[in-house]
Design a protein around this ligand. Structure first.
Ligand code: ZN
Length: 198
């Protein structure tokens, strides 16, 4: 049904393709955008294009950044010998919000899922292994407590253990199947503090 003409429909369709946006939200967003002053829409569009163009993976931890290395990796005050492994840049942001973690991170960009056909080589594991050749004392596995997160944690611990580097897993307190992003800072910090050695 073409109620608004091709341009409006096209915009709605594009927005509908974004994660978490259903058809109702897409319509709402489309009408909101159309109602904004043109310069404002231009600014939004530009920031999307600029971010897409300039944002890449940090050469050390693989999180998203617009520099060669991200702010955490380039901060001399951070303890480079402790690496927390997370699934996504959003998980990294959640731990940073606690303000209590002084180590660095490694972002996998996913988790191993035999069911979805995602294997170890489909996530940023090789980069983690390379980092272990440096001066690393502990690897804290903070993947989600979903089946995929647990599978990934197991896989990493098997890889790291032979190197003699300490491997730990964040404690329970993080609900099963819980997405780290939605857990409050106190719970996250407790999970980190109560981590158990594998
Ligand atoms: Zn980094």
């Amino acid at each position: 049904m073409n109620l608004y003409g091709g341009q409006v429909n096209k915009l709605i369709e594009e927005l509908e393709g974004l994660p978490g946006i259903g058809s109702k939200s897409a319509q709402r967003l489309a009408f909101h955008l159309i109602g904004l002053p043109e310069e404002k829409v231009q600014r939004i569009a530009n920031s999307m294009i600029e971010a897409r163009k300039n944002v890449r993976y940090c050469s050390v931890c693989c999180t998203l950044t617009d520099k060669e290395t991200c702010p955490v990796c380039s901060n001399p005050a951070r303890d480079k010998s402790t690496i927390m492994v997370v699934e996504t840049p959003r998980d990294l942001a959640a731990y940073e919000k606690t303000g209590r973690y002084e180590g660095v991170y490694h972002v996998l960009h996913g988790a191993i899922s035999p069911m979805l056909g995602i294997g170890p080589s489909d996530i940023r594991l090789k980069e983690l292994i390379t980092r272990l050749e440096g001066d690393v004392k502990e690897v804290i596995i903070a993947t989600n407590s979903s089946l995929e997160g647990e599978t990934t944690a197991m896989y990493i611990s098997k890889l790291v253990k032979p190197t003699g580097i300490k491997v730990s897993r964040i404690a329970s307190g993080v609900p099963v199947g819980g997405d780290l992003e939605y857990i409050d800072e106190v719970t996250l910090y407790r999970a980190l503090e109560g981590r158990v050695e594998l």
